[in-house]
Design a binder for this molecule. Sequence first.
Ligand SMILES: CSCC[C@H](NC=O)C(=O)N[C@@H](C)C(=O)O
Length: 664
Amino acid sequence: MAEERTGKRRLAPEDIYEIALVSDAQISPDGQRVAFVRTVLDRERNDYRSSIWLVDVAGGEPVRFTTADARDSFPRWSPRGDRLAFLSNRSGKDQVWLISLGGGEAQQLTRFPEPVTHFAWSPDGTTLAVVTKAETAEPPEKEPEPETDVVRITRIRYRSDGTPGFLDEKRSHIWCVPVDGGRPWQVTSGDFDESWPAWSPSGHEIAFVSNRTPDREYNTVSEIWAVRASGGEPRPVATGDAAYFFKPVWSPDGTVLAFTGHREPFAGSSRNHQLWAVAAGGGEPASLTSALDRSVEDEVLTDTAASSKPGPIWAPDGRWIYTQVSDQGNVHLYRIPAGGGEPQLVVGGRRRVVDFSLSADGSLIACTVSEPLNPCDVIVCSADGSGERRLTRVNEEFFATVELSEPEEVWLPSASEDRRPIHAWIMKPIGFREGVRYPLVLEIHGGPHAMYGNVYFHEFQLLAAQGYAVLYTNPRGSQGYGQQFLSCTRGAWGEADMPDLMGAVDAVIERGYIDPSRLGVTGGSYGGFMTNWVIGHTDRFKAAVTQRCVSNLASFYGTSDIGFHFGEHEIGGTPWEQPELYRRLSPLTYAPQMKTPLLILHSEQDYRCPIEQAEQLYVWLKKLGRTVEFVRFPDESHGLSRSGKPKHRVERLQHILRWFAEYL
Ligand SMILES: CSCC[C@H](NC=O)C(=O)N[C@@H](C)C(=O)O
C-alpha cells in the first residue's frame, strides 16, 4: 500500500550498508572549508572504511581528500591551515598522518609501537601533543614473542569491553612530536593514565586529564593537570578527591582553563556534567552552568552515528565558551559567557549537534547534525547561529527511495501516583490506515542515564517498516530533564521507571490505533535490564527481546568493566552490605513470574554486561519451561548494535524482526 502511494520501498535490515555516516566537522582556520570524516560499511570485508572529505563553505560538491583503503579519522587543521593531521590505521595501528592542502600523498608522522588515541597541534604549528601507551617512539625491530598467554591480574579495574577484554599494565602518556622532523619526546610518565592534551596559547604548557590521587586504584577521580611542553613535573590545576573533570581548554589569553564535569566522582553519569572555569595557575573551579540544570555532554543514543570527540571551545575574543548541551532529547550548541551570565542557544532545533568547530576568528561554526529522518550532515552558521546552511546531503539519494516514519514528539502521563508527564516519541507503522489497530513495540533505552531523542534510529524505522507502531520514551533516570529527574532511579532501578513506561503505553493505546493484545518490548543494556524487569512484573506484553542485558545485580558487581563503583552508587551499597536490595532489584528474582516469550541477544565479548547475565536468565527460564531463545554473537562487544561487524548488525536486526513476527 505504502509503496503504491509513495513509489518508495520499505526499509530493510541490510540498508545499514546504504547509509554513509559523516562526523567530526572541522572548519579551516580561515573559515573557507570544512574537513569531515565519511564512514561507510564495507560489505565484502564485513568491516568499516572511513576517509577525510573537504567541502567549501561557499557551497559545492564535497570531495574525497584521503583515498587510502583504510580507516582515517580525527582530522585537525594546522594553525596556518596549510595541512591536516589525522589518525589512520594504514600502517596497522592508528598513527598520526599529515597531508598538505597543496596536494601530494599523506605522510606518516608517528610510528609508535602502540596506537595513538588523541593529539593536538601546538599553537605555532611545529609540534603535536600525542596520547599513546607506547614507551618508545619507534617500534622495536621485531615484536617480542609474549612469554605466556596467561593473564595475571593485580588491579581492581582490569576489564575492558571488547577484545582482548583486559586492560594491560601500560599507561597512556603524552608525547610531543615535531611535525617537520626531529625526535619525539615523552612529556608525562609514571603510573598514571593521561588524556586530552590542550596547549596553552603561548605553547609553553600542556593541560591534560589524569587521576594522580594516591587512592586512584579505588576511586574514580579525574583531575586537570598542566605540564611544561618540554616535560618535567606536572602541576595541579583542578584536582582532589571531588574532581570529576574532563576536556580542558585554555582561554585565548591563557589565564583561565575551562573544562567539563562535576564534583561527585562516584556518581559518574548520574550527575549533570557542567562547564567549569579555573584560574590557569590552579585553584577552586567555578561552575558556569549550575543554573542550566542540564549536562554539557552529548547524552543521546542511536544505532546510526560515527563517533567524534567534541569538547568545549573558547571564542577567540575570550567572551564565550561554546559547548554541547543535552536538553529533552536534543543536543544543542550553546555559548556560555566566560565571566558568568545567561547561556545563549546557538544551534537549536529538533536535532542532535554531534560535533562542532570554530574558524580562527570565531565568526563561523561548522557542525555535524543528526535529525529524526536524516542521520547526518554538515552545516555551517555564524557565531550566533544565524545564517545556517547545509553543506552536505550525504544520504539524500538513498532516503529518497525508502519510506520513513516521522516520529511524533509527545508528553504522556506516568502511571505513577504523581502522573508526571513523560517525554516520548510515537512512530506510526508505514502504511498506516485509520480504523486499523496495530501491534506496538516499546523501546527502552540504556544508561540508565542517557536519553532517546531527535535522531535517526535504524532499528525503530525498521520496526515501523514492518508494520509496528513504535514507542520510545525518556522515563525517570534519563538525561535531559534536570538533576532531580536524573537521580530518581538511584536505589530504585525498575521500581521508579516502570510506571513511566507503562503510563506511556496506556496513553498510546488510548489513541485507538493500537491492538492492546499485541504489545512487544525491547531494549539494550539498562534497557535490557528494564525489558527483563517489565516482563517479570506484568504479563501484558506478548513478546520481548532483551539485548546486552543485566539480570543479576550481585553477579554484575565485579564482572562488568563499568567498575565496582557503579553498582555501589546506583544501587546504594555493595552486594554484601545490601544483599536484600540487590535481590529485590534483580530481574532474575522475578524469573518465575516471567511468562512472555523472550528472545535473548548477547555478544560474547560484552564485558560491560557480561554474557553470564544472559546465560543465567536463559537457563532459569528454560528450566521453568518458558518460551525462550538465546542468540550469541561471537567476537562482538557491548557496542554490537552500533559498531559491531556489519553482518552481525544485520543478523541482529533480523532476529528482532523474526521474534516479533512470530510472537506478536
Ligand atoms: C545496566 S549496567 C550498564 C548499562 C550501560 N551503562 C553504561 O555503559 C548501558 O545501559 N549502556 C547503554 C547506553 C547501551 O549500551 O545502550
